[in-house]
Ligand binder design. Structure first.
Ligand SMILES: Nc1ncnc2c1ncn2[C@@H]1O[C@H](COP(=O)(O)OP(=O)(O)OP(=O)(O)O)[C@@H](O)[C@H]1O
Ligand SMILES: [Zn+2]
Length: 465
């Protein structure tokens, strides 16, 4: 059995064949860190973390890289408005991002490279593009010459002429062709800037991913992923940059997640119709949000509503109730009884069905339906008078294993007392070191898991909310 995935590049489901056997190189475009992430931004973090977990479950060693855009126009604007500098704002929201995705059960990437720490390789990349005739400088700006890249438009399936007709040259841009895009932007007065062969400036947005993916994963990667809105121009431009430089395929498979909408409109910062993860997880178990996202196939849109979220919550509780009832029964179960074989077979069938669904372009929606079937079977089994330890353990193992693939922790709800004490200890240390951001983050994380802290002159007390 093999994994099939939908490739935006070919618009087809293809058999997944990594470049090196058993290894997967995966790059996921990360956030621009000028604000907290909203639940739309959380979708790529959750779905590609799940795909990574599934590939690991299927025996692949996954090298997962996800960047931070820690300098760009939006950050410069935020810095001006807040009267702070760009690195301070970036640092604050990188920490907030880590706290949010940790609460959502996402593993950290192997590397989270930042633009500001990779300016040297970005400059080298641009120099080589100029040398090869794919880029030109005008008054301290450098632009990519799209006309010279014959395959421009292949990812978004548009002809270069169609694209050119829809493009325009903004005020202040000095490019020669409306479709050309900035690789390097000359600094304006007072803006954060780095020295370069073209004078002081900063990288354009698209070049960072080409340069950092190459540095950390090599010339050709297996999977490149991000939200659907990144297909054009961001990913199209990444291909143009990388393939012009190396002459090799940049990424074999391009995966894009659908939007989280509100009232059928894309959730976005600019429209102001967003719900921040940071705020939401104060009231809602972050696992419920994760389970909600995975209840829909990653390429389909989700129209977000609190009612939908509520129904997901009930579903997740149903699964957990079966699981905890099984645990409870373990204490009173007898040894092997006849009929075990039949139940073990049923569990195996669920296991195989889960894999079959996930193999089909990571269909988490159907995989979750299989989990509900497992839960139904467990509930029926628990009605039997004589249950065997073997079967109970097999059920428990199956729940643990499959929910772990989805990044849903069965332990999360039952944070043990000593784990809570440890976190409180860590928070007290952070406060002693005046690291109030970390202290608040720990408090928020505990709160999200229904643990309420109370600081008293005798120390910190806690209770379950
Ligand atoms: N409503 C949404 N649904 C799903 N994915 C989204 C949504 N909005 C943004 N994304 C994805 O979130 C990731 C982080 O992107 P980034 O920080 O650049 O946000 P953004 O696109 O600027 O968000 P916004 O549109 O709110 O300004 C990208 O992969 C992007 O495609
Ligand atoms: Zn990118």
């Amino acid at each position: 059995m093999s994994i099939q995935l939908y490739n935006t590049l070919t618009r087809k489901k293809e058999v997944f064949e990594p470049i090196e056997p058993n290894k997967v190189k995966m790059y996921v475009c990360g956030p621009t860190v000028y604000n907290y992430i909203h639940i739309g931004n959380a979708r790529p973090a959750i779905v590609f973390d799940t795909i990574r977990r599934y590939l690991e479950f299927r025996g692949y060693e996954v090298q997962y890289v996800s960047n931070f855009t820690d300098v760009d126009d939006k950050l410069i604007k935020a810095a001006r408005e807040l009267g702070e500098d760009v690195p301070t704002i970036a640092e604050r929201f990188i920490e907030a991002y880590f706290a949010d995705i940790a609460a959502l059960g996402c593993k950290k990437a192997n590397v989270h490279p930042r633009v500001t720490e990779n300016i040297d390789i970005i400059i080298e990349f641009i120099e080589k593009l100029i040398e090869k005739g794919y880029a030109y400088e005008v008054d301290g700006d450098v632009y990519y010459k799209t006309r010279n890249f014959a395959e421009y438009g292949k990812l978004s399936h548009q002809s270069i002429d169609e694209l050119r007709a829809g493009a325009r040259i903004e005020v202040g841009e000095k490019k020669r062709d409306p479709l050309d895009f900035a690789l390097w932007k000359a600094a304006k007065e007072g803006e954060i800037a780095w020295d370069s062969p073209w004078g002081k400036g900063r990288p354009g947005w698209h070049i960072e991913c080409s340069a950092m993916a190459r540095k950390y994963l090599g010339d050709t990667i297996d999977i490149h992923a991000g939200g659907q809105d990144l297909t054009f121009p961001h990913h199209e431009n990444e291909i143009a940059q990388s393939e012009a430089l190396t002459g090799k395929t940049f990424a074999k498979y391009w995966l894009h997640n659908g939007y989280i909408n509100i009232n059928n409109e894309k959730m976005s910062k600019s429209l102001g119709n967003f719900v921040l993860v940071h705020d939401m997880i104060k009231q809602t178990d972050p696992q419920v949000l994760r389970f909600f996202m995975l209840s829909v196939h990653y390429r389909h849109p989700i129209n977000y509503s609190e009612e939908l979220l509520e129904s997901t919550k009930n579903g997740l509780e149903r699964l957990k109730t079966s699981y905890f009832n099984l645990k409870h029964r373990l204490a009173s179960s007898t040894n092997l009884t006849d009929g075990d074989e039949q139940w073990l077979n049923k569990i195996n069938q669920c296991h195989d069905a889960f894999i079959k669904e996930m193999d089909d372009d990571f269909n988490t929606a159907n995989a979750i339906a299989v989990l509900f079937e497992l839960s139904r079977q467990a509930n029926v089994y628990l009605l039997e008078k004589n249950t065997s330890e073997n079967v109970i353990r097999a059920f428990l193992h199956e729940f643990e294993q499959l929910l772990d693939v989805l990044g849903i922790s069965l332990k999360a709800e039952l944070l043990l007392d000593n784990e809570i004490e440890e976190l409180i200890q860590k928070r007290n240390e952070a406060r002693k070191n005046r690291n109030f951001a970390l202290a608040d983050q720990i408090r928020d994380e505990l709160k999200a898991r229904n643990i309420i802290l109370e600081d008293t002159p005798q120390g910190t007390r806690w209770k379950r909310g």
